[in-house]
Design a protein around this ligand. Structure first.
Ligand SMILES: Nc1ncnc2c1ncn2[C@@H]1O[C@H](COP(=O)(O)OP(=O)(O)O)[C@@H](O)[C@H]1O
Ligand SMILES: [Mg+2]
Length: 446
């Protein structure tokens, strides 16, 4: 129980709370089998960890029941109570108020590629997701709660990573600025029927990819495995595909509900898409009980902005989202990470096509420009030389570029790499691409 950042007042509070916890358990006819009480301080928050001795509990379920946490919180005069069951069972009581989340955080310009930056947690840490891990996402929130801005931030990152997009925007308030964007695999859907067409197109893409996967003797099980094998076999890697349905409940309901054409197609895409790198995100103001079933099973992350219906938020694993104040758009409760202030993106930035192109860093821009001037070839030695890189760094870069389809190994040319037409398009569209090799300024870090 020692930590210099914990005040005496907090220690006294911890002792009182520990006694109250024991009494509350006894009143509820539960065994107060606490083996230890620890006070810790993490990211500006002091908390009491009440460790239960699981060997003495018998049936664990009454101790991990969310209702119990709610009751304990009431018994403690409303102090927040959580459960931590990573190892054993710990009841966590927050002794100091949660530090306030900032009201607005811009999407960082250096958000890592290939992952999805969602926002910041109350600890100040960013929430970064791997596509392969979370697969699909559900987003809930009233009008004005921040759904559209959030979808825009996700889509801008998907474009940066050169994903293909299938977008549905019935209200035409979210994706208008992306009309005719080169990453769109189909026009933006503005009717339920057209939205269904997008899902069918995504399913057809799964079928196409299934064939490609089958042709590889190693039988890859996910997109990253396929792409690694494809590059080795001098084949083009596949990019991820992202399907976004804004106003999803409206669309699903218009087409017969969960059992209707759209509900069924989405459920199929849910399990089929995971292997082939086809992901979907659906956003709605609410999910009725019948829609929630299939939705809940398919998604790896649920995010509730301010909602009217507390029970619905709870069903989605985002308890408390009904208590988010109206003047806090962008603040959400997630089922995995608790409260998150999601990243903000400027509407006008999205309108500018250039800012949405997959990003090249300074080193890459210079390197590729230089290599094009020299005839489009790029050997590892030349990458090392141009970028002042170690052999290992150069190899890592070349691997990453191959996976993105920016360079391809040329079997005819002593396995040197050639710059693909895709990269040439990217370079010519890039607003600040230097045009002569004298401008080459290698960045010191990789
Ligand atoms: N992440 C955010 N941070 C700060 N303000 C936000 C954020 N998201 C939305 N807002 C504000 O709230 C308004 C409504 O957001 P919007 O995304 O259009 O809501 P919805 O799509 O849920 O109706 C925006 O115009 C913006 O001013
Ligand atoms: Mg909206």
């Amino acid at each position: 129980m020692t930590d210099i950042t914990i005040s005496r007042r907090e220690m006294r509070l911890a002792e009182t709370v520990a006694r109250q916890l024991i009494n509350a358990m006894i009143r509820r006819k539960l065994t107060p089998a606490f083996s230890d009480f620890l006070v810790t301080h993490l990211a500006g928050v002091t908390m009491l960890l009440a460790v239960l001795d699981t060997a003495k509990l018998g049936d664990h379920s009454p101790y991990t029941n969310p209702d119990l946490l709610h009751q304990l919180s009431t018994d403690l005069g409303g102090m927040p109570v959580y459960l931590s069951n990573h190892s054993g069972i710990r009841i966590v009581v927050l002794l100091s108020p949660l530090p306030k989340l900032p009201r607005k955080v811009n999407l960082p310009v250096d958000a890592p590629r290939g992952r999805l930056a969602v926002g910041v947690r109350f600890t100040g840490q960013p929430v970064l997701l791997d596509w392969e891990f979370f697969l699909h996402m559900a987003i809930l929130g009233n009008t004005g709660s921040g759904k559209s801005i959030f979808l825009q931030s996700l889509v801008s990152q998907a474009i940066r990573d050169d994903m293909q997009l299938l977008l549905s925007d019935i209200d035409q308030t979210t994706f208008g600025m992306l009309e005719n964007h080169p990453n769109l695999a189909a026009p933006i859907a503005t009717s339920p029927q057209a939205a269904l067409g997008l899902i069918e197109q995504a399913l057809a893409e799964c079928d196409r990819r299934a064939e490609l996967f089958k042709n590889l003797p190693e039988r890859p099980q996910k997109l990253s495995e396929y792409n690694a094998l494809a590059v080795k076999a001098h084949m083009e890697p596949l990019s991820r595909m992202l399907v976004v349905l804004d106003e999803a409940s409206t669309v699903i309901t218009a087409l017969g509900g969960a059992k209707g054409a759209m509900g069924q197609a989405l459920a199929t895409l849910g399990w089929r898409g995971r292997k082939f790198g086809v992901h979907f995100i659906f956003a709605a103001q609410e999910f009725t009980k019948d829609i929630v079933g299939p939705v809940r099973d398919q998604v790896g992350l649920t995010l509730c902005f301010r909602v009217r219906n507390g029970q619905m938020a709870e069903r989605m694993g985002c308890k408390g989202a009904d208590r988010i104040p109206e003047n806090r758009p962008g603040l959400a409760i997630s089922d995995r990470h608790g409260p998150i202030q999601t990243y903000f993106v400027e509407h006008s930035d999205l309108g500018q096509r250039q800012s949405l192109l997959p990003s090249l860093n300074q080193l890459e821009r210079s390197l590729f420009t230089c290599a094009l001037v020299e005839g489009g070839r790029l050997s590892r030695a030349r990458v090392m030389e141009l970028g002042t890189l170690t052999e290992w760094q150069a190899r890592k870069y070349l691997e990453a570029w191959s996976l993105r389809g920016w360079v391809a190994k040329d079997a005819k040319a002593d396995n040197a790499f050639t710059i693909t037409p895709k990269m040439q398009v990217l370079l010519s569209n890039h607003p600040t691409a230097p045009t002569t090799s004298s401008q080459l300024q290698p960045s010191p870090t990789v």
